[in-house]
Design a protein around this ligand. Sequence first.
Ligand code: M6R
Length: 606
Amino acid sequence: MCGIIGISSNKSVSSSILNSLKKLEYRGYDSAGLATLSDGVINEVKSEGRVDSLEKNFDLKNLKGNIGIGHVRWATHGIPNSVNAHPHSSHNVSVVHNGIIENSTTLKKSLISKGHNFKSQTDTEVIVHLITENLRSSELELAITKTLKQLQGSFALGIVFKDIPDLIVGARRGSPLAVGYGPNENYLGSDSYALKSMTNKVTYLDDGEFCIVKKDQVLFFNEQGKKINKKILELSSNEANYDKGDFKHFMAKEIEEQPTTIKTGIKEYVDNLNKDISIFNFPWNIDEINSITLIGCGTAYHSCLMAKYWLEELTSLEVSIDIASEFRYRRNKFKKDTLYIFVSQSGETADTYAALDLCNKNKMKTCAVVNVIESSIARDSNFVLPIHCGPEIGVASTKAFLGQILVLYILILKISSLRKEIDKDQYHEKIKDLKALPSLIEKTLLHDNDIQAISSTFNDAKGSMFLGRGFSYPIALEGALKLKELSYIHAEGYPAGEMKHGPLALIEEGMPVVVLAPRDKYYKKTISNMQEVIARGAKVLLITNKSDNEVVSENIWETIEVENTNDDLLPFLLTIPLQKLAYYSALKKGYDIDKPRNLAKSVTVE
Ligand code: M6R
């Protein structure tokens, strides 16, 4: 959340900062700003809204300065407007910040008593004034060390100084920050995505560290202000994937890319020759693991729930799942024989990272299922299972969800086979079915016109419900999340059998309800629950799989039949129409599909 860029160069930096901010916009888009240093002056420009507004409102090409910092904001303290936009500056210091300063109120009081004036409602401004204050009595490195010690909470910072015009200071605690190395220039970035278009050589700061970035040199320091050496890593880069191509939105492109996501995942983990699953370098003996806990947020949490159903079906392991923001503050009973799996597209989600950190501190076995392999969660886990779906830019997670559940399913099949809980033939049969999945997804993607037509009814409704049982329940939750996130329509996901315990009261004449009832072992029960909502006036969109047997129920409003496969894999197919429903609904409403209001792609604050 919030994106940071800093560039120290031998040429003007404003255009490059602007380009980077456009790339970083997925991290926050309620305001944007930048500051450059030239002729002993801090040139600060900022604007409410998108980077486009910043570009329109200011003549950035003529903004002088070979050194500068930029920021895109996702508001935490203070409403999104140009005053609260970053950078925040005093007469001699300018700061961009990602994170939350928890003791800002106390610090602000003390700074005001020392004569400092505040302009914004943000927590960030205290950092500006603290540094300004500390620079009165200390040299740069000591002033930074002192300032960081006074701050409670989380931060990634980029700081420039009017009187020390040849450097940027970067600092990290809890929020990711990386340094990049280029020809006659060096960079600071809140993630490697922003840096990738300029360099593939990066160093990640660890918590507590800070750095000084000059155009021809980068120095690193630990929490005590002692110089340290850090490794330079090489990033894999694939710029082509950052393009929308012929699609109107990244989300549309990412939905259509899902057959490739699954193909790539299968290629990565399935050994065709031996008809086996290969998970290389798995660091533990399978007998050491008696239970599995899966942790994530939002869509990634739905992947965890999906995995729980599969794990229970295919193994006798104890399984629990948790929402990361809850897990991190509960009194957990850590067990040596538990494998903790952290699921995250970005690998930077603050709550998921904190849960991982807690497990690491308790010396647990940790495994990351991530998309961004250079991310903090990937780097700090004992073992990483990448989902290989390429950059996901749309804020709504689509292909990453399918990628996550694919990798989790593959892992579960492997565990089941290693524990001898599935017989060989069945194991091979399931691998065979898996290989057919990409083409089934391709066919399911063809349900396009019917879903477009159906989406209008959802747009006209006060709210909607998504129901499913068993393997379809996580998908119902995911479908509801997609619809509310993109179309701002109230949508609830529920276990179909739970409706009569309260939510049935919400059903009224004409309310659209999506019922996921594939012909699995829950089919008949779900169909009964569907009849209960139809009887109360709901307009039911039934999503099931193709079969020779007709659905025995009257008064279904619309039916979509996805392809047929084994029960384990139906959730992959059921997801597709729900993603499209949310997409078309938002499209008709004219909303910003890739950047829904109030949200951001990478949630790096708690
Ligand atoms: O990067 P992560 O997978 O850790 O992100 C977790 C959630 O913030 C994310 O899945 C969110 O719920 C999506 N925007 C939903 O579409």
